[in-house]
Design a protein around this ligand. Sequence first.
Ligand SMILES: [Mg+2]
Length: 99
Amino acid sequence: MKDQQLKDTRLFEEVMQENRRQVEKWGIQDHTPFEWMLYLSEEFGELAQAIAENYYRVGGLDAVVKEAIQVATLALKIAEMYQPGRDGGIAGTAGERED
Ligand SMILES: [Mg+2]
């Protein structure tokens, strides 16, 4: 499969829709970095399963897109939390944190 270079900008709106869906379902979440990584790993596994189901069985393309959007949404949330200067984000390195 060839990289499509993110030309379909509707995908970014799908990420924003997925973010709204998650916030409606779970509220604003506050987790440790390791918990966020755990949730991303769970979604990553679901994406792997959707790709395998599509490739080897009869899984649909829509399931692969849905799981990839969920991975992208969580990955972008993590990127946003790690951006310097963000309110409520990750508070620096181990030497800078108070925990
Ligand atoms: Mg999922």
